[in-house]
Design a protein around this ligand. Sequence first.
Ligand code: SAM
Length: 445
Amino acid sequence: MNAPANDRARAARHLVRIIVDGKTTDQTFGLDPVKQPSPLCQELVFGTLRYYFSLNEAVEKRLSKALRSKDLDLRLLMLVGAYQLRYTRIPDHAAINETVNACRPLRKPWARSLVNAVLRSIAQDVDDEKTECSFELPDWISGRINSAYPAVAADVMNGLLGRAPMSLRVNVSRTPPAEYKARLDEQNLSWQAGLVPEHIVLNTPVPAAQLPGYAQGQVSIQDGGAILASGLLDPERKLAQQSNCRILDACAAPGGKLFHLAESVAPAELVALEINSRRLEHLCSEAARLGFDSIRTLQADATDTSWWDQRTFDAILLDAPCSGVGTLRRHPDIKHLRKIDDLADYQQLQLSLLRNLWRTLATEGTLLYCTCSLFQEENDNVVQQFLNETHDARAQLISAPVGQRTEHGWQLLPRPVNDANLAASVDGFYYARLRKISDNQERPG
Ligand SMILES: C[S@@+](CC[C@H](N)C(=O)[O-])C[C@H]1O[C@@H](n2cnc3c(N)ncnc32)[C@H](O)[C@@H]1O
């Protein structure tokens, strides 16, 4: 068994599942951070997806004839090879040899000389067309970012191309953040303070299993932008003091925001809905790791109320399914899987979730609507339409330590990583907080 060649072959196979079969990286790798493929294999898959457009151009122009559809794995293997040559410190000769050797585990030893020739040509051509697709985005995404954020569009697109720092959330119900930081110091893991006390960013990423107290549920991996959700839902920490407080997380898996609510707000009752059984299963195993056995988890569709016991919720988190374009740093597969027409479908689903869940919210209750989208279609436009048709809904002013105000909410934007201020480097999230007002507060007419 040649392990380095196998990593390249595995990377090519994962890429077939993503690019050809339309699976997400979560589906092909699984959700558990401690059961991921080898670091090299992950690096090759994520890196190739990130720089796919220019790598593909470099490979395609060196192929004298198109490959047969059953040999798409070979094209993806060559992209994996080109990625190593252009973006890693792997010496060229090793990158080429091990990628050529990967033809064997792919059961295509006849392709060795082709792969070798293409990669050698790319290695020689250092000033190749690397800059032509500089933001590595499909036109529909870059076009929308340019028109939505003209002043900062290049920054946002560079931010989406970069790597997210390793961002952690300390489980304050188990460990005070100061104690956890001391444990990181003991293990020589250097860190920076985050956006809230329980948020920490590591200067250098490590595998999840190497984090102190990970197996014991003292810490989770979560983007800084996602960590803001709990504070935005309950900025004055009123829910934490309310007896019999009932909170719903309507689209809960894999559970990062849900567990943060459990850790920080600790409501009397926390109900989590998730439509996807595999994702719900992962959420339940995370709940066990973090020590939350009292969260009520239901596999249910939040666009209907068949799951509802008719008791209203004091607060609802609706982290709606969306295009996910704000998370391209962590999920570069998204730019290959999403199509422009998906936005209209997501918008319909988001509105249907809002309309349905509103019925389950108590008067004076709060709903935090959240997406990881950069596009108005899924953000302010959805909230605007909902406000137009819902007489007892009001958007409240919100703000966060990073990001910018929008008409109805708050938008976080990814930016290129500044090593001195990793905490400010967040995924692109949108938040809007909606309050259900009582009848006597309604507008006249
Ligand atoms: C953006 S993710 C939620 C992320 C989660 N809040 C977290 O912080 O880890 C959206 C989730 O909603 C689920 N979902 C999609 N449609 C749904 C529906 N109709 N009812 C309930 N869950 C749904 C998806 O399977 C997905 O797990």
